[in-house]
Ligand binder design. Sequence first.
Ligand code: ZN
Ligand code: ZN
Length: 357
Amino acid sequence: MCGKPSVLEGLCANCYNDGHPLIEVSTPLTLLACKKCGSIKLADGWRKIAGDGIHPDDVADYQIELLVERSIKILGKDVQISLEDERKLDRVTHTIMTISGRSHESLAPHDEEYSVEIRFRYGTCETCGMMSGGYYEAILQVRADGRGLTDDEKTAVTHTVTDTTVARYKSDDKAFITNTIDDKYGIDFYIGSENLCKYLADEFEMQYLAERKDNYKLVGEDKTGKRKYRTTILIRLPRFTVGDFVKVDGNPCEIVAMGRNMLTSYDLKRRERFSINPRSPRWRTLEFLAPRSSRREFMITTYTYGQPVQIMDSISFEILDVEQSVFESEIAAGEKIYALQLEDELYILPHQNQLKE
Ligand SMILES: [Zn+2]
Ligand SMILES: [Zn+2]
């Protein structure tokens, strides 16, 4: 074409490159962004940018990058793209793209420059739209058996709900909480995604050894006549928590640890630790006995080897004698201990550090 010696298909390298561009891109490109969260609309749906760690000042550049990446068609080999804003107006940005690559394997790499106009449009993404409309598919109710939720439980449950929702937001468009009701009975979470609600329910059921009830309520029909249900999952935490006293197989026990489908207790009669899970036959014998607050504090007043140990109630100053054999670890006069009084029996509680082992 130009008269220089040919290297490929009867053309010189320049003429070959001219006829074989490295990329194809159209201009102008429209960038539709959510004004609330910055997500951008791509051919296959909304692309979230929250959680990508982008500084607010760099959001527009990042949005352009994502859009351009998806809008160009790569034709050459070893193609690399770099973008540079040429002119920024209110809703229009002119971007210069420098493309490096080879138009054919046998040719040396070269650069090409393209000027692309990006037109910004703003709207509301599906997720923000559903959130502001109060959309929810499921309600997760967290309660406790025969008592209100403690503040610690409320905090822990809320943390788990928040962390899980944030973690799943990227992959689940409906991973959001539209409403939370916190009252003396417990907490209700109104959750956009039924999947998320079920996942959380599984977690709490396992973590707290909780009872669970799934309810489906018919809320109407969609346009095609298909019935629509709303899910409510009730998670009821047990009456007891770590430090409380329960009966297992009729024996008084102190709860040492709870979680991951496992309840670990210390049998005060047999003086030993054991674990049960909700599928164990012994689980059915489990009953609440007394809260942690019902234990009594004593001080060891006199301790002589081979003699009964004398202890004094820290509140009533009542002095009692107990057998030395009930103490598992070394004791010394002046030491603080705890015991549980049940009818005529006084059970010395094991040391907390002993229980954690
Ligand atoms: Zn030529
Ligand atoms: Zn949005």
